[in-house]
Design a protein around this ligand. Structure first.
Ligand code: PEP
Ligand code: MN
Length: 337
């Protein structure tokens, strides 16, 4: 439920409503709009007696939130949430372009890629130090050493860094080095990890599970929000279908659907979405045309030698082409890169 305060409600009236919410065992989440303050009432699923709140001074009305996700819903927070990442407000008119290798493989590989993507127009650097791999015999990532190389790449280029944490313990470690904590598709429903990300003091990039519905993605975002971290960005990265010519099927529909259901920014990952580098640019263009707030793109200086996801990685010159093409689409939809 949300409690909509009257236009002229005083700070004391708002405080009294919050106190009442807490006295009956719920949590209050204050959203101060330009016009009025709205108080989100968060708690368990038991029915709330709305009349007791409607009787309080300064309250205009109460509105039930029927969606299972509450803090993530547009009803709770009609305006777009902007997540600050360096100079960019993700979710605003300027698109965020996060680029870099699937995995951090060596110091020289990440530094070289960082310089190249920066030069091409990327606004953040990605690279996995902890890698969720299907096979235990595949390259598992450099771990903390990889995080150190990423931090060095940030110092060198000024690009903020985005990297994955796969477990609760890794959240603390990753948060020490990274500007954004990525939660991968395979971990989208790892609830302990989501709770840990909710306590972290860094923005979170939450990727949609390959077999998850949009509602499940938003329920996972709800865990992070309910934990107290309001800086959540969502990422569509393709879902599993019967189609075999591509690794996954990019769900372009998800972009406008998510934008309608939630106030959180949504990015698209055309690399995992297609699995083949030659389809990455067209799908990136489609994402921006559909209203995505940014892109997550895999770039490798020498994709044939990549230790993970080489087939879907762009060479730096192709990534530069992607940025040029996306810039033109962005203009057509009143955005910038
Ligand atoms: C990645 O971004 O490299 C990654 C592992 O993505 P996903 O979790 O979407 O598979
Ligand atoms: Mn990858």
């Amino acid at each position: 439920m949300i409690i909509v305060m009257q236009h002229q409600a005083t700070a004391a009236q708002i405080a009294a409503v919050v106190a009442r919410v807490e006295a009956v065992g719920y949590r209050a989440s204050l959203i101060k709009g330009e016009e009025r303050t709205v108080i989100g009432v968060i708690g368990d699923d038991r029915p709330i007696d709305r009349e007791q709140f409607e009787a309080l001074d300064g309250v205009e009305k109460t509105v039930p939130i029927l969606k299972p996700f509450k803090l993530a819903s547009r009803e709770m927070h009609p305006a777009d949430t902007l997540v600050s990442l360096d100079g960019i407000k993700v979710g605003g008119p300027r698109l965020v372009v996060i680029a870099g290798p699937c995995s951090v493989e060596s110091r020289s590989q990440i530094l070289e890629t960082a310089l190249a993507v920066k030069e091409a127009g990327a606004t953040a650097l990605r690279g996995g130090a902890f890698k969720p791999r299907t096979s235990p015999y595949s390259f598992q990532g450099l771990g903390e050493e990889g995080l150190q190389y990423l931090a060095e790449a940030r110092d060198m280029t000024g690009l903020p860094i985005v990297t994955e944490a796969m477990s609760e313990e890794q959240v603390t470690l990753v948060a020490r080095y990274a500007d954004v904590i990525q939660i991968g598709a395979r971990n989208m429903q790892n609830y302990d990890l989501l709770r840990a990300a909710g306590k972290a003091d860094k923005p979170v990039l939450l990727k949609r599970g390959m077999m998850s519905t949009i509602e499940e993605l938003l329920m996972s975002a709800e865990y992070i929000l309910a934990g107290g971290n309001s800086r959540v960005m969502l990422c569509e990265r393709g879902i599993r279908t019967f189609e075999r010519y591509t690794r996954n099927t990019t769900d372009i529909n998800a972009i406008p659907v998510i934008k309608q259901l939630t106030h959180l920014p949504v990015l698209l990952d055309p690399s995992h979405g297609t699995g083949k580098w030659e389809y990455v640019i067209p799908v990136a263009r489609a994402a921006i045309a559909a209203g995505a707030d940014g892109l997550l793109v895999e770039v490798h200086p020498n994709p044939v030698e990549a230790l993970s996801d080489g087939a879907q990685s762009l060479k730096p010159e192709k990534f530069a082409q992607l940025v040029r093409e996306v810039r033109r689409i962005a203009e057509a939809v009143n955005r910038t890169v």
